[in-house]
Design a protein around this ligand. Structure first.
Ligand SMILES: [Mg+2]
Length: 251
C-alpha cells in the first residue's frame, strides 16, 4: 500500500520558500513555482495537504493562493481559522518579551544596513541575505536579546530568528495533524534547518508504529548538511520536488 492507494490517509506536508518557490533575494520577492501552482490543487483534491512555513500563515496562504490547503505559519506557532490567524496559546506569555525585542531591534536596525526585520508577531526574523557582512552583528544581536529576554535565537538560511522557548516546531505540527487526520503515511519536503524538525516528527510517528514517513530534502547550493544527512530522499530544487509530487497525481 502506498500514497496513491490510500490518498485520504496519506498526508503531504511542504515547506514554502526554496521548496515550492525558488529562493528570492528578499522574503517579499518569493512566488509559488508555476508548476506547483498547477499540481497542488490536483493533489489537494485527494490528499490532505499542508503548507508548513516559517512565514506568517496568512502571508504563505496569500502567496500560494489555493483553496483546500491547510496553512500553518511561524514554524507551527500560528495557523488560520477561516481567514483569521490563531496563535498557539503556549506562545501568548512571551508576547511582551517579543514586544521588547522588537522595539530594541528597531532602534539598532539603522546601524545594520541591508538587514531586514520580518515581524511575525510570534517571532522576529532578521534577514541578512543582502548584507552578508552584517551577519555576525545580526546574529550577536539576536542571541543577546534572546538571552536577556528569556527567548530563543535560532539560525536559518541567511537569517536568524528570535522566538519563544516553546516546544513547537514543524515536527510537533506534523505529529498533531497526522494524528488528527488519521494518517498512515506522510511526506514532508523542506530545504532548511527548521525542516529537520519536520523530519524528526516523521521519525517519531514511525517509531510509534504503523506509520510510513518520507523525508525529502530539496537541494540547492545552500543546503545545510544537517538536512541532507537525515533525509530519506533528495531532489534537486523545487523542480525536482515537483517531479516527485507529479508521480502522486491521481487524475
Ligand atoms: Mg524553506
Amino acid at each position: 500500500m502506498g500514497f496513491r492507494d490510500q490518498p485520504r490517509h496519506s498526508g503531504i506536508f511542504l515547506d514554502f520558500d526554496g521548496t515550492i518557490s525558488d529562493i528570492a533575494p528578499t522574503p517579499g520577492g518569493a512566488v509559488l513555482h508555476p508548476r506547483a501552482a498547477e499540481i497542488l490543487p490536483r493533489l489537494a483534491r485527494h490528499y490532505p495537504l499542508c503548507i508548513l512555513s516559517g512565514r506568517r500563515a496568512a502571508d504563505v496562504a496569500s502567496l500560494v493562493g489555493l483553496p483546500r490547503i491547510h496553512y500553518v505559519g511561524v514554524h507551527g506557532m500560528e495557523w488560520l481559522e477561516g481567514d483569521e490567524p490563531r496563535l498557539d496559546p503556549e506562545v501568548l506569555p512571551y508576547l511582551p518579551a517579543l514586544d521588547r525585542a522588537r522595539a530594541e531591534i528597531r532602534e539598532v536596525l539603522p546601524g545594520l544596513p541591508g538587514v531586514n526585520l520580518e515581524d511575525k508577531v510570534a517571532s522576529l526574523t532578521l534577514h541578512f541575505r543582502e548584507a552578508p557582512r552584517s551577519e555576525e552583528q545580526a546574529v550577536r544581536l539576536a542571541e543577546g536579546l534572546a538571552l536577556r529576554l528569556g527567548l530563543r535565537a535560532r539560525r536559518g538560511r541567511r537569517s536568524v530568528e528570535i522566538r519563544p522557548p516553546v516546544e513547537i516546531d514543524k515536527g510537533t505540527v506534523i505529529i498533531r495533524l497526522a494524528r488528527g487526520w488519521k494518517l498512515r503515511r506522510a511526506l514532508f519536503a523542506g530545504d532548511d534547518l527548521t525542516d529537520v524538525d519536520g523530519f524528526r516528527g516523521l521519525r517519531y510517528l514511525m517509531r510509534e508504529g504503523g506509520f510510513e514517513g518520507v523525508a525529502v530534502a530539496v537541494l540547492s547550493g545552500e543546503t545545510p548538511v544537517e538536512l541532507e544527512a537525515v533525509a530519506d530522499l533528495t531532489v534537486q530544487g523545487p523542480e525536482g520536488l515537483i517531479d516527485l509530487l507529479t508521480g502522486l497525481l491521481l487524475d
